[in-house]
Ligand binder design. Structure first.
Ligand SMILES: Cc1cc2nc3c(=O)[nH]c(=O)nc-3n(C[C@H](O)[C@H](O)[C@H](O)COP(=O)(O)OP(=O)(O)OC[C@H]3O[C@@H](n4cnc5c(N)ncnc54)[C@H](O)[C@@H]3O)c2cc1C
Length: 268
């Protein structure tokens, strides 16, 4: 794993901390067209745009708006539900290796509370769609919801409980703890990726040299029509700059590993 700043220094540093297998209804939905004026003009809007960036953002915004129709909403929901159905099973092998991280998962469910009856009514389409997608949910009356969360007394018309949802107190600490086995094995490289390139299938070995500022890379590419370096031979040798352009090229964890980094280039 190559990381330029530190584990969980990006978005994972401060997200909403939920393991949300129910979160399969995308933001790109047909109602966005109707809400656009208030999204753009209301001071309370969750949508903020830096107008200076509009020319650069426009292609993405157009693609986003192209997904805001009933057909794409349904198709994207189905795809997200399929992806999210792996939420817990895909975490499990990582959690098995990092029991301290497993202990941080709070298995208490998640509650959607609606303040007004008309909002709960408007959410019925979403509730039906989640049912069709096999999401585990329980629709609650106001009294049932208040029994679970007394602080909502007088503030809710009812809601939905997602019993299998989990949350974390601190996503950064969780991800950092999840990375413990990688750190112990010296598999975290502190460096910046500056370029990705496609290669023909090859077997490459790389060895840090000269205080990690440079490393040697050996590649072997089998088969006819191979792209090799140097071009005329089946094995190549070259000096290349370390993965990073920044000075902190390879971390001490990497240096501590006994075996040289070795990888197989992905086939194109
Ligand atoms: C407000 C908000 C709330 C959210 N809430 C939830 C939630 O409740 N539940 C949920 O499941 N998801 C949530 N998400 C989404 C979730 O946070 C992201 O999907 C997830 O954090 C992405 O993880 P990541 O590892 O792909 O990216 P990141 O956490 O951003 O990690 C990318 C890492 O790559 C490093 N990096 C970047 N460029 C380079 C480079 N060139 N070379 C080397 N390293 C580099 C960065 O330093 C960074 O550490 C939320 C997102 C937002 C914005």
């Amino acid at each position: 794993m190559i990381e330029r700043e530190g584990i969980a220094s990006g978005t994972s540093f401060g997200n909403a901390s939920t393991l949300a297998d129910y979160g399969c209804l995308p933001i790109a939905r047909p109602e966005i067209w109707r809400s656009m004026p208030s999204l753009l003009l209301s001071p309370d809007s969750p949508f903020v745009i830096d107008w200076k960036c509009l020319p650069r953002l426009s292609p993405w915004l157009m693609r986003f708006m192209g997904q805001c129709n009933a057909t794409r909403f349904r198709a994207n929901s189905e795809m997200l539900a399929q992806l999210l159905s792996h939420t817990y099973t895909d975490y499990q092998p990582l959690l098995d290796d990092a029991p301290a991280a497993a202990a941080m998962i709070q298995r208490k469910g998640c509650l959607y509370a609606y303040g007004k009856a008309e909002n709960l009514q408007a959410a019925q389409g979403d509730i039906r769609l989640r049912d069709q997608l096999g999401i585990h949910q329980q629709v609650l009356t106001a009294d049932e919801l208040i029994a679970l969360e007394p602080a909502m007394e007088g503030h809710t018309a009812g809601g939905v409980l997602f019993p299998s949802s989990c949350h974390l107190d601190d996503p950064q600490v969780f991800i950092d703890t999840l990375a413990t086995p990688l750190r112990e094995e010296g598999r975290i490289v502190s460096a910046e990726v500056t370029r990705l390139s496609r290669q023909a299938p090859a077997c490459c070995w790389s060895t840090p040299m000269a205080g990690d500022s440079w490393r040697t890379e050996w590649c072997w590419q089998p088969g006819p029509g191979r792209q090799t370096w140097p071009a005329s031979s089946a094995t190549g040798f070259r000096w290349i700059p370390s993965v990073a352009i920044t000075s902190n090229s390879i971390s001490s964890t990497r240096r501590s590993t006994a075996r040289p980094a070795r990888w197989k280039a992905p086939s194109t």
